[in-house]
Design a protein around this ligand. Sequence first.
Ligand SMILES: NC(=O)c1ccc[n+]([C@@H]2O[C@H](COP(=O)([O-])OP(=O)(O)OC[C@H]3O[C@@H](n4cnc5c(N)ncnc54)[C@H](OP(=O)(O)O)[C@@H]3O)[C@@H](O)[C@H]2O)c1
Length: 273
Amino acid sequence: LGVLRPTRAGWPAGPPQNRCYGAAVRQLLPSCLPEVNAADTYLDGTRGPIGPRPWVLANMIASVDGATAVEGVSGGLGGAADKVVFRAIRAVADLVLVAAGTARAEGYHAPRLPPELVQARRDRGRTEAPRLAIVSRRLELDRSLPLFESGRPRPIIVTTTDAPADRREDLARHAEIVACGEIDVDLVEALTVLRARYSSDVVLTEGGPSLLGALTTAGALDEICLTMAPCLIGGDSRRIVHGAHPVPRTLALTHLLEEDGFLFLRYTRNSRR
Ligand SMILES: NC(=O)c1ccc[n+]([C@@H]2O[C@H](COP(=O)([O-])OP(=O)(O)OC[C@H]3O[C@@H](n4cnc5c(N)ncnc54)[C@H](OP(=O)(O)O)[C@@H]3O)[C@@H](O)[C@H]2O)c1
C-alpha cells in the first residue's frame, strides 16, 4: 500500500502484515503497561491550532547512531512494529506535509489507512485519510511520480512565488498550488494558508531532514514522534533535523512505547522552558 519501494509506509511482506491491525505495543512511560493499542496512544485532544497556524507534528525514524536512511531511503530502518505506529500517527493528521526530496526518493503516494483507522476517523467526523502536500522550490515533480496517481483528492504543492512559472502552470492541472515566500517557502505562512484553505488543524510532517530543519528554524514544530530502530548504520545520512540554526529547544517526553526492540518516543515542545 502506498509505495513502490520498501519505505516505512509500505506493507511488510508475509505474516507480520497482520500485526498492522493487531496494533498492540508495550508502554514504558508515562506508566508501564504490558499491552496498549498504538493508535489510542497517539490520540490526543490537546493538539490544536497555534494562533492562525495548525499544530505541527513530525514523525521520523533513526537508527541508534542517528542515521535516517539506508541507501537513500528510510525503509531499511523500519519493521512491522514501526509500520503500526506510522499509521497510528497518520491517523491523527488532517494533512501530511513532505518535502520534495523525500517524495521523490521514497515514491510517495496519497496517504491511505487500514479500515479500522478509517472508521475511527469517520467516527470523529474526519476524512478517511489525511491529504498529501509536497514542499518544493524547483517544482521538478514529474507527472509519473506516484503522488499524482490516485487523482482525488489532488495533492497540494507548496512552493514559492519565484518558482518556475512553466512548471507551476503544468502542475496546476494536476495539483492544488499554494505559493508563499519568494526564495524559500515561508513555512509559517504556508501552514496558515493550509489550515484556512484545507481545514487542516493538525499537520503531520514526515520529513525529510531539510524540511524539518526549516520548520525548526521557523519555530513551527510542536511535537516530534521519533522511532529509534534497534540497529547501527554508520554512513553519512542526515540527522532527523538538518541545516537548522543551532538554537537548543527543550522538549517534554510525553510517552515511550516499545515493540520488538523499536523505541517509540513522543515529545512535545516544552512551553515551560
Ligand atoms: N528516517 C526518516 O524518518 C526519514 C523521513 C523522511 C526522509 N528521509 C530520508 O531523507 C532523505 C531526504 O531528505 P533531505 O533532507 O535530503 O531532503 P528533503 O527535506 O526530503 O527535501 C528537500 C527538498 O524539499 C524542498 N524544500 C525543503 N524545504 C524547503 C523550503 N523551506 N522551501 C522550499 N522548498 C523546500 C526542496 O525541494 P526542490 O528540490 O523540489 O526544490 C528541497 O530540495 C531521503 O534519503 C529520505 O529517504 C528519512
